[in-house]
Design a protein around this ligand. Structure first.
Ligand SMILES: Cc1ncc(COP(=O)(O)O)c(C=O)c1O
Length: 459
């Protein structure tokens, strides 16, 4: 972080040296984390009790018996039980630079030394100012987005976006969203999310209009979605506040759509003056450009965009036209100082180390990882992988018969064998990987062995 305006603490050369020493120390302490490792038998009982206690406190079982130790290196993470696992989900997309990345530790240490732990909208410190400057400059490169409002979760960023869309359209009620969308966990975002298992017992507000996402197996997919959108636009004229879409569906199954799918839909929205909202909470930084709307060449259409996860916080980005009247959005927290400082470090690192662009590291890593999975599919795991799909650091495969039961079974087997992934989709059910951008060829080879062994356990 630049010390341009910093006073006592930020500009202390002595602290700078001590921070560098600490970063060095962490790197020495994690030196021997180079491969996966079984849990320690001695620690087993103790960790088992800790997990039971935690499960009791939260009132439901954990998906994985995971307690992080606080140490890791790259894609490898050490658990409290002494095991080392390959983390290919990184907190569902938080840690894009993997574990114990020196730049992130440095930024976190700097953030942690500031006078406040949390920053708010009334009294921002320089971490907030610099992060917002960065976000606006990245977003503005290929779109008209030129404002950003920080908050602490993707769901809250989405709530802010929805309010802005509604205010802009004079209180219009209906939101167009896609089939299989995932938008978060607030009351309204549970409504936008197209998954009944995530809103059991909740009333329906009937404010969402659905348009089918791209279906690569249906030659009439684009035509079909366009005609459904037209119907909505006609039927609910004057009462539609926005069109929200994930450029690549995350929870919905890592489904990719080509630019040609979105263009006619977004043209229609523009024609009808319906604000276009890209939910990039999962895709941000992952598709080969900072924004998937850039990867897809859709920047000219975007009025509002939400991001989170990789940002170590969350933000709503918007154009002048969507800028809300004072009073509509606010809130105590904008982010933790550590989160704001390390969020900026993530963006700076990705920007200055050749991750983005057609020849960037994200694209290269995607190709290497997908080739590994394709090779398994065609050789030692024939018949055990149905397909492999994704974009950039978001890769999914449909394993076995594509059933939920088999997918869950495979996730547990992968975990036991040393690899952490997660599920997505609603049939077929898929195993998804949110690859750290720093994943190495050595780590990809570890992944290969674990995936092969785990899949073969089902044959
Ligand atoms: C596309 C999308 N929107 C919204 C959210 C909700 O974000 P959060 O969990 O930070 O509230 C997520 C989280 O996975 C997401 O993937």
């Amino acid at each position: 972080m630049t010390n341009l305006y910093g006073k006592k603490i930020s500009s202390s050369a002595e602290l700078e040296i001590q921070i560098d020493n600490l970063v060095e120390k962490i790197s020495t302490l994690t030196e021997d984390i180079n491969d996966i490792k079984e849990p320690s038998a001695i620690l087993g009982d103790e960790i088992g009790l800790l997990i039971k206690e935690y499960e009791g406190n939260r009132g439901r079982p954990m998906f994985y018996p995971y307690i992080g130790s606080g140490s890791g290196k790259g894609a490898l993470v050490e658990l409290e039980d002494g095991s080392i696992k390959l983390d290919l989900i990184n907190g569902i997309g938080i840690n894009i630079l993997g574990h114990s990345h020196p730049e992130i530790i440095k930024a976190s240490l700097k953030g942690s030394l500031q006078d406040v732990t949390m920053q708010g909208n009334l009294q921002p410190s320089k971490e907030m100012i610099f992060l917002q400057r960065k976000l606006v400059s990245l977003a503005n490169k290929n779109s008209a987005l030129n404002h950003s409002w920080l908050t602490t979760s993707g769901s809250m960023a989405n709530e802010n976006a929805l309010k802005m869309c509604r205010q802009k359209t004079n209180g219009s009620r209906m939101l167009i969203a896609m089939d299989a969308a995932f938008a978060g966990r607030t009351t309204m975002m549970a409504e936008v999310t197209d998954n009944d298992t995530m809103r059991v017992g909740l009333p329906r507000y009937n404010e969402i209009l659905r348009v089918p996402f791209y279906d690569k197996d249906n030659p009439k997919s684009i035509e079909n979605s366009v005609s459904i959108l037209k119907e909505h636009l006609e039927k609910h004229k004057g009462d539609i506040c926005g069109f929200m879409f994930e450029p690549l569906q995350g929870e919905g199954g890592f489904k990719v759509a080509p630019r040609e799918f979105f263009v006619p839909l977004l043209d229609l929205c523009k024609e009808h003056k319906v604000p276009v909202w890209a939910d990039e909470i999962q895709t941000f930084c992952r598709t080969g450009e900072f924004f998937a709307f850039e990867t897809l060449g859709l920047g000219e259409y975007i009025d509002i965009c939400t991001i989170a996860k990789t940002l170590q916080g969350a933000a709503t980005l918007y154009t002048d036209e969507l800028n809300p009247k004072p009073g509509l959005i606010a809130g105590t927290f904008a982010g933790s100082t550590v989160g704001l400082s390390s969020g900026l470090a993530v963006l700076n690192y990705l920007e200055t180390h050749n991750y983005m662009g057609k020849d960037g590291r994200v694209v290269k890593l995607h190709n290497e990882f997908v080739s590994m999975l394709q090779d398994l599919k065609e050789t030692t795991c024939k018949g055990l992988i149905q397909d492999v799909e994704g974009l950039g650091l978001m890769v999914a495969m449909t394993p076995l018969d594509g059933s939920k039961e088999k997918m869950l079974g495979l996730l547990k087997a992968l975990y036991k064998n040393g690899l952490i992934a997660f599920g997505c989709g609603r049939g077929p059910f898929r195993v998804r990987f949110l690859l750290p951008a720093t994943l190495t060829s050595h780590e990809i080879q570890i992944a290969r062995k674990v995936i092969e062994k785990s899949l073969q356990g089902f044959s």
